[in-house]
Design a protein around this ligand. Structure first.
Ligand SMILES: C[S@@+](CC[C@H](N)C(=O)[O-])C[C@H]1O[C@@H](n2cnc3c(N)ncnc32)[C@H](O)[C@@H]1O
Length: 159
């Protein structure tokens, strides 16, 4: 399986980088995982809704340009559908069964994902009603993808 994580913003924190590298290493026996990091737009402190849309659209264009045409697209969004880890594992397994071997996960910047990006997404996945920093979201997503593969293969994982 080919997995892309397309994310806005540069990963700055060393401790997150270490965690991400660890999960990329663990995942390497299950899937090819690539992280595509895209530059964010600088947003002023005070921002109008119109300016916010403009910034989201600019970042969105960058994301859209990176999505492979044949990828199944999962946008990470607070208002998306929540799943248990088992349900998530099952949905990944189902995609593979139906020949969808390329999955692109999208993570927005501090303003979130644009409407155009959400339109391109095949599904929106929520990790809870809480807002996580986009850099931390990468690590949480990788852990859940790793967990999903362990569940799919019937291998032990932490409950
Ligand atoms: C700091 S959040 C953006 C917050 C923004 N106000 C919004 O409502 O989308 C940055 C990105 O992290 C991801 N994210 C943060 N919390 C999330 C959650 N609970 N579930 C799914 N994705 C989340 C989303 O992709 C989001 O675009």
């Amino acid at each position: 399986m080919n997995i892309q994580i397309i994310a806005i913003g540069k990963l700055k924190e060393k401790y997150l980088k270490q965690g991400i590298d660890e999960y990329l290493k663990r995942l390497s026996s299950y899937a090819k995982v690539d992280i595509i990091e895209l530059p964010d737009e600088k947003a002023p402190e005070q921002i109008s809704p119109q300016e916010m849309e403009l910034i989201k659209n600019k970042e969105g264009e960058r994301i859209l340009a990176k999505i492979p045409t044949d990828a199944y697209v999962i946008a990470l969004a607070i208002e998306g559908k929540m799943k248990s880890s088992e349900e998530f594992a099952h949905s990944i397994d189902k995609l593979a069964t139906y020949g969808k071997s390329k999955i692109a996960f999208l993570i927005g910047g501090s303003l979130g994902l644009s409407k155009e990006v959400m339109k391109r997404a095949d599904e929106a996945l929520s990790f809870s009603k809480m807002t996580f920093p986009h850099q931390l979201m990468r690590l949480i997503l990788l852990e859940q993808i790793y967990r999903a593969f362990r569940i799919m293969r019937g291998e032990p994982y932490h409950k």
